[in-house]
Design a binder for this molecule. Structure first.
Ligand code: CTP
Length: 157
């Protein structure tokens, strides 16, 4: 059954973990006040994931750096680029092995937190599922919830 109609031009982010669609929108900075059409589908059945979320963005194309952030909260996500109702590009996000300058190390004494140091944060991927990242400088590990909290800016909306 088609829950939401197809879009003409834009992006469909598919295979988002169930319940995470709003986190994805927050990462993209989309509030709904931009004026373009946004469809959010949550907790629908999926052959691959049992349940999933989908976000459809009419006339919107995400930036590469945002796709990297999305990979951290939705590692199975598929990005479908739509032109004239057709999927002209389909690709899976990729969780990077090294994440630089995006997340803050929670260890206040970490060198990446030192004011005046020209060092940006650097996390290494320890495991993808469940997500675990390790600070390259001090070894502090962070998990999925820490990452979501940092990317959505406090609340888990
Ligand atoms: N879609 C859309 N508007 C279009 C074309 C596609 O909203 N004009 C949506 C579909 O509803 C689907 C997603 O984009 O949620 C991917 O479309 P498609 O590749 O046709 O579906 P599947 O083959 O099921 O995708 P996959 O193999 O990635 O599961």
């Amino acid at each position: 059954m088609l829950l939401v109609s197809k879009i003409r031009e834009g992006t469909v982010i598919d295979h988002i973990p169930a319940g995470r669609a709003l986190v994805v929108l927050k990462i993209l900075g989309i509030t709904g006040n931009e004026g373009f059409r946004v469809a959010v589908v949550m907790n629908v059945d999926s052959a691959r994931m049992k349940k999933k979320d989908i976000v459809k963005l009419e006339g919107y194309y995400p930036r590469i750096e945002d796709l990297m952030k999305i990979s951290l909260v939705a590692p199975e996500a598929t990005i479908n680029i739509i032109k004239d109702y057709n999927v002209v590009e389909k690709r899976k996000v990729e969780v990077p092995k090294v994440i630089e300058g995006v997340l803050r190390c929670p260890n206040p004494t970490c060198i990446s937190r030192k004011p005046g140091e020209p060092i940006s944060s650097r996390f290494l991927l320890v495991s993808g599922s469940p997500l675990r990242l390790k600070c390259h400088y001090c070894g502090t590990e962070i998990g999925e919830n820490d990452v979501i909290e940092q990317l959505v800016g406090g609340g888990r909306s």
